[in-house]
Design a protein around this ligand. Sequence first.
Ligand code: FAD
Length: 493
Amino acid sequence: MKQEQTDVIVVAAGLSGLAAAISAAENGAKVIAFEKGSTTGGAANMGMGPLGVGSRFQRHHMVSITPGEAFRKHMNFTHWKVDPRLVREIYNRSGETIDWLEDMGVEFLTVTPVYPTPEILRAYATSEPTWHVVKPADGSTQLGPRMAGPMIKAMTMRAQDLGVDIRLNTPVRSLIKENGRIVGVVAEAEDGEKIEARAKGVIIATGGAGDNPAMIKDYTGYEWGKDMFSFRVPGMDGDGLKMAWEVGAVKTDMIMEIMYLVPDNMATPNNFIIDGAFRQPCLWVNSKGERFMNEDAIANTTFAGNAISTQPGKFAFSIFDSALLKKYKKKGPDITSHVHPFDLFDHFEEAVAAALEAGYRHVFAADSIEELAEKLEISPGKLAETVDEYNELCDGGFDDLFEKDHRYLEAISKPRFYACRYFPSAYGTLGGIKINYKAEVLDENHDPIPGLYAAGLDACTIYGDSYPFILPGNSMGFALNSGRIAGENAAGL
Ligand SMILES: Cc1cc2nc3c(=O)[nH]c(=O)nc-3n(C[C@H](O)[C@H](O)[C@H](O)COP(=O)(O)OP(=O)(O)OC[C@H]3O[C@@H](n4cnc5c(N)ncnc54)[C@H](O)[C@@H]3O)c2cc1C
């Protein structure tokens, strides 16, 4: 086995791992980052940008939220069931972390979302302007997935400039513990050679267990492919969680970073159109044909994801008719998400026809409510009853069941009828390892395990039961700031 020695080892070079490696190196440490994948950045390559509170960029855009306000909102949202010291530390540093990114060349496009959608229907209508969306390298201003790429590029270059030794395709297999202290790792090089690397501090940053269906089932209760269609970013196998637990780290609850999607939403452009188009405040029913929420809240991915998760079978249908389709085509959709293209309805019929032709099982079209019910496998009588009741509410202009905003009470009566089945989805898993505000990993007695730190999704236990959409960009914000904290403290050993 090859032997190596350094000051700080970072297990992974995803978002939190890069932040940890850069900050350890900035604090004078020699750093090796062992990365399982063939690129840096992990899941963050797919995202848009991080949270920051009190950044220069916000001040330039006249955004005045302070870390103290964010802290109070966050703690109230989570009912004070999470570690306030860690939460406070994350928000205190988060603005300066955005400045730190800018100083290494990252540019931001916006922090104040402007959507062509009435306020009540916006995805983050009740959120604060904390989401620093990264400016694409090509100068485009179209919001969408994968915008955060230039941030990963700049961070990787910064790490390399500081002399961080990034080893791609080199997974860490286990931690070395001697006399109660973590003193290194065993990694495996691309050619299969084992490396025993020793250091004063080891930082786990492996991004959770989003690509491990068995762990998702055991720890979150969802069954991937049945009632959970989360992003499975390759490499998120829960390695860091298992390694930490093996050396005595206390296990915390794990949750999914919940939202909702159609299965295989990015597999084809048609699926992506369908996924975006049906997120309207039309009629939503569960598998029993019953309404289950005020549909004007459907753009809130946390609330809607939670609501769908609590329905029988954990799925739900969005339904509209050709009158609503005509309106969406003419005036634009009621909800335009920040991720899907603005011109979804220009391609709607082609997308539905192509998906049906290809045998996609989650979109439906029918000439009557009875035919639709049969396709959705809902009792035709029950669906007809729900539609009749709903249409009566629309006629009366008031939803006495859920108080849906009257502007979106529009009858479902004109064939053709369209429907789409949504399931709970998630960006990945959250939590598993407990850390304190210094990012030290805690044992069963909540005492630090000397020499061991964790950051990012592996250690993200600050949300309670649901992702806090009120302060968006939160999981990248947590990854960056917990990574920086871990890097600084490990370098100081
Ligand atoms: C589609 C999508 C969009 C998103 N958009 C946003 C957004 O706009 N804003 C936001 O705040 N969040 C967003 N997120 C979430 C965000 O990407 C994560 O919060 C962030 O990447 C977490 O950082 P991390 O370091 O914990 O994990 P990652 O960045 O995923 O990094 C984990 C790394 O660990 C490596 N690894 C795993 N096991 C090992 C091992 N044994 N040895 C060595 N390396 C290992 C992996 O290869 C990977 O590189 C999005 C996620 C997805 C999937």
